[in-house]
Write a protein that binds this ligand. Sequence first.
Ligand SMILES: [Ca+2]
Ligand SMILES: [Ca+2]
Length: 196
Amino acid sequence: MRRFVVVVVVFCFLVFGQFAKAEVIWTSGLESGDFSDWTSASGNWKLVNNSPGAHSGTYRASTEGASSSNGDILLLEKSTVSYKNLQWSYWWKVNEALEDPDHVFVEWSDNGGADWQVLADYTKLPANSWQYASFDLPEVADNNLLCQFRFRAVLQHASDVMSFDDVSLLTAVPEPHFLFLFLPIFVCILCKRKTK
Ligand SMILES: [Ca+2]
Ligand SMILES: [Ca+2]
């Protein structure tokens, strides 16, 4: 009987537990002082070295207008092979207000940049303090050789300025399967039966 209980517990843990730990696949706090953590940075993306103005350390990535016609792009090409439950997270700050025609898009692609999905569209925002954002990516991002991420600025004037810092690609912590919550009850019932 005891052996049976142990087998049931192990089985339930393996099937329903999913107590995976969060793991950082890639991260950039921009502290290298260049965009070497990234695939490329075009147009007006620059690194600003100013301790009180960064979210962490002294550097932040910043973009200002006027952007080029296709937008100024900070790009990361990153395979997610062998990872799942992915999460894209970063800190953002509007330094100088964005008006109606101003946008900074946060986008990702599951097919090497052929198509892009918008995660966030920052527009019509006053200057603010640092804010955290994170997005759980759909299953198609799992185990995908062709994942790409980008910040795309479409800003009108030099007086439109936005910054990012501490950008990360993580594996999210999955919630335990709801059946797993019944495991202690199940084990109690089995043990009670045994003692009868
Ligand atoms: Ca930083
Ligand atoms: Ca402005």
